[in-house]
Design a protein around this ligand. Structure first.
Ligand code: ZN
Length: 169
């Protein structure tokens, strides 16, 4: 899976200055080559959807959610949408940061607030040894949405794409 990390060049044909910055920022946190991390980018997109209303105006959140949902549908149909998601989420600094943090958490791919809560859980643990929160993770069976229950009283949402009940992921 892992490729030797060479020059930080843009794989997607984007503006080299912008992408080189983005890639080097990520590679500083993780030895993975993030642009090639198809599953990580997909998971970040699924994870991002419940957070969009906190990150931008309602109109912008709704629009971006529709775009992300459409790409996740394409992915469910077998297309590789990594490049398109990468580009879409890279347009906004909040979604770009979210994507970067999820990718840096490979292979658990937790959203930043879940990861923080998780780290507080074990004060005596060694750095890098974090307890996974698998039991709290719920996903759309069609791969549209990933949601972490962070408090028992939180009502479980349904998948906003197809209305399906989420299942343990
Ligand atoms: Zn769904």
């Amino acid at each position: 899976m892992s490729r030797p990390y060479g020059q930080p060049t843009c794989t997607w044909g984007h503006d080299p200055g912008v992408c080189a910055l983005e890639i080097s920022a990520i590679s500083g946190q993780s030895k993975k080559e993030p642009g090639m991390d198809d599953e990580g980018v997909l998971e970040a997109a699924r994870l991002l959807r419940p957070y969009l209303p906190q990150l931008m105006t309602p109109t912008a959140a709704e629009k971006l959610d529709r775009q992300v949902a459409s790409l996740l549908d394409d992915a469910a149909g077998g297309q590789n949408v990594t490049a398109r998601l990468w580009e879409l989420l890279g347009e906004n600094r909040f979604t770009r940061t979210f994507l970067r943090k999820v990718l840096a958490d490979a292979p658990a791919y937790r959203p930043p607030d879940v990861k923080r809560r998780d780290r507080r859980r074990g004060p005596g643990e060694l750095p890098g040894e974090r307890t996974p929160v698998q039991a709290d993770k719920f996903v759309c069976p069609n791969g549209h949405y990933t949601w972490y229950r962070q408090a028992v009283e939180e009502a479980m949402p349904r998948c906003p794409s197809d209305g399906l009940e989420l299942v343990r992921g």
